[in-house]
Design a protein around this ligand. Structure first.
Ligand code: GUN
Length: 296
């Protein structure tokens, strides 16, 4: 039986998918099939798995997906040429360039080359700016957007709450902070962003009503850092050595789940918490891109 304080990300993602699938059907009645293009450069094993999962979900929801796999040696110019083609394609409404890109390619230039109206990842500077300005015409990055959706659907009231975000990355920590301090019913939080140079991280955490761990340090959040009853969201995906497993590694989050779960009011399992929501938000962003394309 599921533990009573678990936030079931898989179940919540299915609720979002059901809404997205209805919007896909409505678009099809208007003669438009939402199209999502994946771009993967090189053979990073984790990226292969992530793109594979996103592709499978898009097919299930009736979104037409195309994956472009380029060799590790692809030049930045070649990659930009592909993105330019996708920017102009009438069948493609969303473009996702899977990170990380090979070291010889400047990721920032690549993300900025995706036309903002197809930037379903929310990485383009225009969309980053729109998020800062709370302009709803932009795209919100999928992982922090998914965390917000988990909080809303789990009825976590963030108004005036102390939220600690751990990690200052461009994909999760920074946009998460921006989302939660917005002047809106589902935000209005007092947000503290802690990072690798922060002092007294444990003290900040112990004051928090909500902790969002996204710094990429395996099992960083321990029971003694959590106020009893606090909500704990684990965004971390860390591969660590594991002598007992087939490939000698295993995945762990940023939260010591076994220790923290008895103290927390609500907690995400990992896997099965934030991960499925990232995919759900990508699908929702893609359908919105298609709706915007046809003027809806
Ligand atoms: N790599 C890790 N997370 C993400 C994400 O949300 N989008 C893309 N494109 N790449 C990622």
């Amino acid at each position: 039986m599921a533990l009573p304080n678990l936030i079931d990300g898989r179940a919540i993602a299915e609720l979002v998918h059901a809404e997205t699938a209805r919007r896909v059907e409505a678009l099809k009645l208007r003669g438009v099939v939402p199209g999502l293009a994946f771009v993967r450069v090189g053979e990073d094993p984790a990226s292969k798995v992530y793109v594979g999962m996103k592709e499978k979900t898009s097919v299930r929801l009736g979104i037409s997906s195309t994956t472009h796999v380029l060799p590790e040696t692809t030049s930045e110019t070649e990659l930009l040429a592909l993105i330019d083609r996708l920017n102009r394609s009438a069948e493609c409404h969303g473009i996702l360039v899977q990170a990380p890109l090979p070291a010889h390619i400047q990721s920032a230039r690549v993300f900025a080359s995706v036309i903002p109206t197809k930037d379903v990842d929310g990485f383009h500077p225009v969309n980053v700016g729109k998020l800062m300005l709370a302009d709803p015409t932009g795209f919100v990055p999928c992982t922090p957007g998914g965390v917000l959706e988990l909080l809303i659907r789990s009825k976590v009231n963030t108004q005036g709450a102390e939220v600690v975000v751990l990690g200052r990355g461009d994909i999760v920590g920074k946009p998460m902070t921006s989302i939660l301090c917005q002047k809106s019913q589902h935000a209005n939080a007092t947000v503290t962003l802690c990072h690798s140079r922060s002092r007294n991280v444990s003290e900040h955490c112990r004051r928090a009503d909500v902790i969002i761990a996204a710094m990429g340090v395996p099992l960083f959040v321990k029971a003694e850092m959590v106020k009893p009853g606090a909500v704990v969201i684990d965004v971390g995906v860390n591969r660590v050595p594991d002598v007992g497993s087939k490939d000698g590694t295993k995945l762990v989050g940023d939260v010591d789940f076994a220790g923290v779960q008895p103290v927390a009011g609500l907690i995400t399992p990992n896997p099965g918490g934030v991960g499925p929501m990232t995919i759900a938000m990508l699908m929702r962003n893609t359908v919105r891109a298609a709706e915007m394309f046809v003027g809806g």
